[in-house]
Design a protein. Structure first.
Length: 112
């Protein structure tokens, strides 16, 4: 199974660290006896941050799965057609994957 690339790993870890800091702030607010509304606002913010992190992870997972499957399909097609001129390139495959992921991300963002 594929792992996160360095950029995705850094992005996700930074998002999680930011959410962790927000959670610690919420804990301090509760310990200090802050009113419920500001605590709820901060909880909403941390939830949004975690939702965004989850979406980034899903995008990464989908990219890995699509790339693996398309590369495998391309290899099978190439072997069958013996280097046909219409065979998709790796760059084209990456463009298709990015376009699909952009559409999925937009759709998932609307569902939240």
């Amino acid at each position: 199974m594929a792992t996160l690339d360095n950029d995705a790993r850094t992005d996700i870890l930074n998002r999680l660290k930011r959410a962790e800091g927000q959670l610690r702030g919420i804990q301090r607010m509760i310990e200090a006896g802050e009113p419920c509304q500001p605590v709820a606002v901060q909880m909403s913010a941390v939830r949004k941050a975690l939702d965004s992190t989850w979406l980034r992870m899903v995008r990464c997972l989908m990219a890995q799965e699509l790339n693996e499957r398309l590369v495998s399909a391309d290899a099978n097609d190439t072997a069958a057609s013996a280097a046909s001129a219409t065979s998709p390139t790796a760059a084209h495959t990456a463009e298709v994957v990015d376009a699909v992921l952009d559409q999925m991300e937009a759709m998932l963002g609307k569902l939240r």
